[in-house]
Each structure stands twice: as C-alpha cells, then as structure tokens.
Design a protein around this ligand. Structure first.
Ligand SMILES: [Zn+2]
Length: 340
C-alpha cells in the first residue's frame, strides 16, 4: 500500500461519496477503469444517462450496462465496485479488447463513446422521435458533448487557390515537442501550426489540375462542450516503440482562443476547466493507468488507482505522467440526479 505525499484521506473507510467509487481490477483492466472514472466524472453525461426517461429507454446492451455501472458509482453505498458486466459487454462488441493484455486508454475511450453513441441513436428518447428522420436523429448526448469540428484551409502554393473543408473530432491527439518540459499550449500550437505539404503529401489543386505544394491552416471551427486532449506519448523509433516522458505542464484553465476559427462567435466563452486526467506510468507494455477526477459535489480531486481511491491536493494534479486531459467548457454544477 503506497503512501504518497499529498494524500489527505483514503477512500475506503466504509462509506463512499456519490460519484467517488473505486473500480476493481479484473486482470490488466486499469486502462478501462481509468476511462470509466473519467466518464463517471463527466457530470452532463451522468445526469443525462441517470435521468429517469433515459434509464427506461436504455435497452441496448452498452448503454444499459453503462447506466447500471453509473448507478452503482453514484447511488451505491460501496467504496468500490467491479465493472465485470461492462467489461464483458465491451469485449463482446469490441473484440480487440477481449484479452488480458494492456491496451491504450485513448483507443478504448473512443471505441466506448462510439458504441454508446450508436446505441443511443437506435433508441432515441420519446420526445425526440419526430426529429429522427432529420439530422437531429443522428445526434445523441455523446455527440452533443464530445464532438467538435476542425476547419482546414488549404492554399495552392502555385495558383493561390483556396479551399475549405471540415472534419469532426472527438479527441485531439497532440504532438509533443522534443523537449524535457513544455506546456499544453505548446502542444496545441504544434497541432495547429501552419504546415506546407510537399513531395508525396502534395494535394490535388482543382484549378491547376495537378498535385501542388499546399499550405494548410487548421483551426477549431466548433469547440466541443467537453474537450478531450490526448498526448501522443507513444511512438516508434525505428523498430522500437518508445514513450515520450516530456513533462507537459497544464493548468486547470485552458485558453483555446488562439486556435479558434474566425467564424466562432463569443470567443470569451471558450475558456475551459480541467476536470479529469488519465495518467500513465511505466512503459508501453508494462505500464499502469490511473485517473484523477474532480468531484463536482465537493470540488476536490481524487486519484483512482483501480479500487483504491485517495483524495489529493489540487497541486498534485499536474504530473509528467499525464496522458489524457479532459476539459469542460462550462464548469460543472452539482449534479442533478434522481435519488442522489
Ligand atoms: Zn493551384
């Protein structure tokens, strides 16, 4: 049992706080547990899924099982629970996770959100049934919260022809500068850096009718409600897989204004607040995932290391182990959940 500095209180005193619940490890499942903790702390998602109407209509396996787990974590009395059902359903629909080896938390998070989105799409809530035939039928709480849009402006370096395109995203995978220490703003600047595509990357210009050197300007066209940032720590050096251990500094507030597209209105609304972090320690194959989440009920941070839960001081949220950061556009209010 570790005794880290900064630990204020251990969470397994027999009673638990709503939404602060450890998850038992079922054999190398720390990546799943860390991801589930982050989702469990995403208040608007939890409020929506634990709403009475949604609960009644969550008849699809992924949504149903996820809702049951959230119920246990928010409304149960136990300091930890076993996400056995969630794991087995995930393994059945996502066979790539059906083994006991270490997996990538970011890939799992994306797959899990996709599965949840597909599931909720099949079962629109009764009030939304009429809009099903329209585009609105494709939207779910998952897309509403997590989806954003990037805008690309491409410029032909030969004839100056400009073209625009957009792309939807759920997670921004950020490159890390090759330094010992940098800030999350440095990673974002690198992601949104203007680039020139040359050689084999040249794009076809519709005016020139051939591939040309192309300048690409990326910006954030639609910032999401919940912004998920993934630090690209894992890469290859020749045949070897390597992990970048750069200490990426981040703070609780994130300013996205420098990266917004000129079409975004009310830019002052885009200051984000950090509410969850996935940490990764160790190396690629022998690593361990934990999560740090801020409780919307108490405003305090907890470290979730599988079934062990520790309250930690705000100053311990920053660490060189950060792998994913989750920010919310609107600070979370105390959750409104039936039965809480
Ligand atoms: Zn051209």
């Amino acid at each position: 049992m570790r005794n880290k500095a900064g630990v204020l209180r251990r969470g397994f005193t027999g009673c638990s706080r709503p939404g602060v619940c450890g998850l038992d490890n079922s054999g190398n499942s720390c990546y799943l547990n860390a991801v589930l903790q982050c989702l469990c702390s995403t208040v608007p998602l939890v409020e929506h899924l634990l709403n009475k109407d949604t609960r009644k209509e969550s008849k699809c396996r992924v949504a149903e099982v996820f809702v049951r787990l959230l119920e246990e974590m928010w409304l149960g009395r136990s300091p930890s629970c076993a996400p056995v059902e969630a794991r087995s359903v995930l393994c059945s629909i996502l066979p790539q996770f059906n083994n006991y080896s270490q997996q990538d938390a970011q890939e799992l998070l994306l797959s899990l959100l996709n599965a949840l989105h597909d599931d909720l799409k099949k079962h629109p809530r009764s009030g939304q049934k009429q809009s099903c035939a329209t585009d609105a039928g494709e939207s779910t709480i998952v897309s509403h919260l997590f989806e954003g849009q990037l805008s690309y402006m491409t410029l032909c370096m030969h004839c100056d022809h400009q073209a625009h395109s957009t792309q939807t995203f759920t997670v921004l995978s950020l490159p890390i500068p090759k330094t010992i220490k940098c800030s999350i703003q440095d990673c974002l600047s690198l992601f949104f850096e203007h680039t020139i595509l040359t050689g084999g990357e040249q794009m076809l210009c519709s005016i020139c009718g051939q591939r040309r050197e192309t300048a690409v300007v990326t910006s954030l066209e639609k910032p999401p409600e919940i912004l998920m940032l993934h630090l690209k720590r894992f890469g290859c050096k020749g045949k070897n897989q390597v992990k970048l251990r750069t200490n990426v500094l981040f703070s609780v507030k994130l300013n996205l204004i420098p990266f917004l597209s000129s079409s975004v209105e009310n830019i002052s609304h885009y200051s984000y607040s950090l509410y969850a972090v996935v940490n990764h320690t160790g190396n690629l194959n022998m690593g361990h995932y934990t999560a740090l989440c801020r409780s919307a009920l108490t405003g305090t941070w907890h470290c979730f290391d599988d079934s062990a839960v520790m309250e930690v001081h705000d100053s311990h949220v920053q660490s060189p182990n950060a792998y994913m950061l989750m920010y919310s556009r609107k600070p979370f209010q105390k959750p409104k959940i039936n039965g809480l």
